[in-house]
Write a protein that binds this ligand. Structure first.
Ligand code: FEO
Length: 398
């Protein structure tokens, strides 16, 4: 059927029927400054099969793209690889129209969908390694718990070698382009996505990548639910994920702080000079101009973090507390670092920041604090802090 919303062929049997969200700027705390896509895929076998859906407001758009290929009512199977609502939000509307023979999800997915929609739709649980005959095509399921939620799974189209990887190998990037070779921003955005979504599950990611490699399944195409389809370099994104998951430290430091009257800013700049002069690639990220998710992204390929906070009412500065809470959840391993900051009377924030770093597993050196405005001695101490962190980082890199 003709209309503005057309499906995009991915292979001769697989079509992209998703939606582009040009507007979204926050994805559970992650700044999606370039929007995102919700990718759904239609497999045109004898039993047409829909893999995943889109966020609820885009249901009509997805159904229109499906109509450009087939009557939605001819779809026989609907597979839900993940219950998070960016992929399942349009399911109720889609199922009401399609009336498929089967809706399939992982065992955890069956429970998660029920907990989201409180419906009476029967969803069939599929096992890890189970294969579904679509009539002329075969779809094999692979449990991928915690990539990104406990219910997550991949689906693999035999023959064509297409891995429908849901959140795996995705990125938040709104674009009219559907493929990796058309997308120059692909690695930058994929790194940001990994750093902000998958990093806490890196050990599981490594085990999963090992399992995929041992399966011997040829990955001709990787079709994630966000961002472009990897058709030119599917192996490259797999190897980048392995590298990011290993979290090896690099010779790079991120100096991040907020400031009340400019004193913590001065300390941060002096510490950064100490790092630079010790030969460490250094990035200064004042929180007035940098979002928490960009700090997390820079840390993905770093080895050190210095965190500065003034004290306010015996606490961390609010933006620094926000950052530390976020980073603690992401559980980046193998970092070196320290806290610093200025204060008026109590100086509690410096200890709070240092304690937070220790709790995150950062190998720290003694923090530096300064009352009110730093004098030359305080700036020297901050400079020395940078050099001490640099020296500790060099040890970690040996
Ligand atoms: Fe794209 Fe975990 O949802």
């Amino acid at each position: 059927m003709k209309g503005p919303f057309q499906a995009v062929p991915v292979t001769d049997k697989v079509y992209w029927v998703g939606a582009v969200d040009w507007d979204i700027r926050d994805f559970h705390g992650y700044a999606t400054s370039r929007g995102t896509t919700y990718n759904a895929y239609l497999v045109m076998a004898d039993k047409p099969t829909l893999i995943d859906t889109v966020k609820a407001p885009f249901a009509d758009e997805m159904l229109a793209r499906i109509r450009s290929v087939c009557d939605p009512k001819s779809i026989r199977y609907v597979v839900s690889n993940h219950s998070e609502m960016d992929h399942s939000g349009a399911l109720p509307q889609a199922l009401a129209l399609i009336q498929p023979e089967k809706v399939l999800a992982s065992a955890m997915g069956v429970k998660a969908l029920q907990a989201h929609f409180h419906w009476d739709v029967p969803v069939q649980a599929v096992k890890d390694g189970e294969t579904l005959d679509l009539g002329g095509e075969r779809l094999t399921f692979m449990e991928t718990r915690m990539v990104h939620w406990p219910d997550s799974m991949f689906s693999y189209l035999q023959g064509a070698g297409v891995l429908f990887s849901n959140d795996g190998f995705g990125m938040h990037l709104a674009s009219a382009r559907r493929f990796d070779d058309e997308t120059p921003e692909r690695f930058v955005e994929a790194a940001k996505y990994y750093a902000n979504i998958l990093l806490p599950f890196s050990d599981i990611v490594l085990a999963l990548l090992d399992k995929v490699a041992k399966s011997g399944l040829p990955l001709k195409l990787i079709a994630p639910d966000h961002g472009p389809v990897w058709r030119r370099e599917p192996e490259r994104i797999v190897s980048l994920w392995a590298e990011w998951a290993r979290q090896k430290p690099r010779n790079k430091a991120v100096v991040v702080f907020d400031t009340m009257w400019g004193s913590t800013d001065k300390l941060g700049r002096a510490a950064a000079e100490g790092l630079v002069q010790a030969g460490v690639e250094t990035l200064v990220m004042p929180l007035r101009g940098n979002h928490r998710s960009d700090v997390a992204t820079e840390l993905l390929e770093a080895g050190a973090i210095l965190v500065g906070s003034p004290t306010i009412n015996k606490q961390l500065f609010p933006t620094v507390a926000d950052l530390l809470s976020y980073l603690k959840g992401l559980r980046r391993k193998n970092l070196t670092g320290a806290a610093f900051g200025s204060y008026g009377w109590g100086g509690e924030s410096i200890k709070l920041a240092q304690d937070a770093l220790t709790e995150m597993g950062v190998a720290t050196v003694e923090p530096v604090k300064c009352q009110y405005v730093p004098d030359a001695a305080a700036l020297d101490a901050a400079h020395a802090l940078g050099q001490k962190v640099a020296a500790k980082l060099k040890e970690a890199l040996r």
